[in-house]
Design a binder for this molecule. Sequence first.
Ligand code: ADP
Ligand code: ZN
Length: 767
Amino acid sequence: MVARVTLEIALRKEFDYLIPAELEGQVEIGTRVKVPFGARQVMGVVTGLAEHSPVTNLRPILKVLGTPGLITPKVLDLARWIARYYCCPVETALKSVLPEAVRREEAGWQERLFVHLLPVVGEMPKLTRRQSDVYNVIEEWREISLQELLRLTGTTTDTVRRLEDKGLVRIAPQISERDPYGRETILPTEPLALNPEQKAALDAICAAMDKVQNGGSPGAGSLPPSDTKSDDISDAQKAHERIPTFLLHGVTGSGKTEVYLQAIAYALERGFGAIVLVPEISLTPQTVERFKARFSSGRLRTLVAVLHSHLSAGERHDEWHKIRQGRARIVIGARSAVFAPVDPLGLIIVDEEHEHSYKQEEAPRYHARDVAVVRGQRERAVVVLGSATPSMESYYNARRGKYVLLELPTRVDDRRLPVVRVVDMRREAKGDRGVPIFSQMLYEAILKRLERKEQTILFLNRRGYSTSLQCMKCGYVAGCPNCSVALTYHRTTQQLCCHICGYQAVAPSVCPKSDCRNPAIRYAGMGTQRVEEKLAHLFPHARIQRMDSDVLTRKQEYRRILGDFRTGKIDILVGTQMIAKGLHFPNVTLVGIIYADLSLHIPDFRAGERTFQLLTQVSGRAGRGDVEGEVVVQSFTPFHPAVQYARRHDYVGFYEQEIEFRQELKYPPVSRIALITLLGRNEDKVRFTANHVRRELDRVLEECKDRIIAGPAPAPLSRAETYYRHQIMIRTRHMTVASERLAKLIQDLTLPEDVRMVVDIDPVNLA
Ligand code: ADP
Ligand code: ZN
């Protein structure tokens, strides 16, 4: 027998190996093996089996590794799809599909020694004072880890061993799980009575589960052939019955989460598990708790596994196995949770589906929302995408009938959406002192909240103190030596920082140009630090807290700040996008957006869409309690459609004018994009290589008749971390064909040693 193996060194190629007699029967598709490769031994995964190979002189597999069955055919199938569509080696895709901690199994189960109390048989043996003290502690705990016991009593292992000798306790290893939220007590919740819109949405989702999952027999669905070719990732598997994908468009506070919870309950009821994807940023204890609470008791009781990027390797390993063993049937997590080994899988929910953090910015460059849709099709699981501001892509799919649109147009209990007032900042300029940070309207609104003991959120999507350091005399701007961006001034540390590469320098007090030396250097533009400073000056008695990634260097900080805000210890919270989403604070009645235009000026065709989403999401934080909310938006382009439609809470209006622009320029969602970036330290070489790649692309993409290829041109971020960057953009409706051609080109192309090529399919970041 012969095994086809994809090697971990990711060569975009598979190799055949002989299965030696002694390993016969142990090697299956998905088995991890060690094989010889040249003079080395490397790890790999078996992707196929055959009687014979066209290659002669095959070398044998050396060893079978790890727990069998980690990589199931389903997992391998999904990894293959990712490799093909996102143009990367299968091994690279497998790296995301199976967490490193599970593949390596270094972390293992944390086996710890536990001390258990035993019933006393007959007379109580005589104990020394020391032994007696320790025994009393054990008696109280009944069961305690040895480590913990030693810490509590300040004794040695020997003393505990003496107790064991006397038959009073038993010391034995026991698996102890690392539960990152272990120490919290959670009060169970009951399903809420749904309003008619919620009920209609839930019914549609449940009916779809009934239909596709064959009347409730888990695992009855069959896998489609893995080589399905399709021009569109959301309609793979056409021969079979289509599994509906739902788009749940519900305004902020419309009760989407309650619909998710009840849909999950329905899946569990019928023997299926569920995955809930949320953006990393909204994976707060608050969100996790809502899911744990609902399923912490009662008939449908199950563990809820949590997956996010801050887990240690050990925690990740534990969570993964908890899912694999079926003890946790609900998984809530960020991007990579889309690969959680829930089986059988009945439901995948992608909350805030428009979020860009679902796209992985390193290989494999997959989009978790799109992978969710594909996985749903393949495993016959119903997929629900939810958002108050759906992506243009998803809404376009809903309009074309590919997704089923479900709508929750009002907030629960008919709470009103906040009133949004737009301030024209051009009229706020005060003589030669320029434009103030706070308009009169925002100032008064904050003051009113302080008097009424209500809370305020202020949003500015830029950290630091000022955007740049400029010399007013010679025009010098402090730039990063490694990147093509200006340095940001951080007042708290008196440093100039690069937000791309992290470069830091001491802020100068005079212009550093040797022929200038002007002391009148200025800090232009503003960041959250400056807003915070100004606030403290204007409202000396207010309790103000800033929240951005400069503050949140430690994991607990985030929880502490949110906790303080919830309990009313903070009056005004100033922050970046970190505070824009998912938070639910009933006492927040004012949201101020300091500079709405910031995201309009990024060189990206999605700038308008992003601004609309951000404004709507931030506004949604206001008025979630009994008092009506108010939003003040400060803008220099108050009549921009993104600002105006957000002001009116008019998603459809925004979509309709935006889609016209996309159609005209053939941008997504009417086409798909592949972005090819060439990077290197020698700019001439990068440019030369980019030109060469462009010519090759014209040749290999001949078949894609609708293709539009633009570039090469310097990327918007033309230099980053000392690397020059040139880009080529491909637009086509037939991306599956295009990425196949691209993969072949990557394999055939020999690039200069010091130039790298990155292919990003469906990019969300064009910089
Ligand atoms: P969304 O996810 O759409 O922003 P949430 O699910 O967070 O909205 O709901 C907002 C608030 O309304 C939550 O406190 C939730 O418990 C409550 N809620 C949701 N559905 C109902 C309902 N049917 N009846 C009463 N309260 C509800
Ligand atoms: Zn830099």
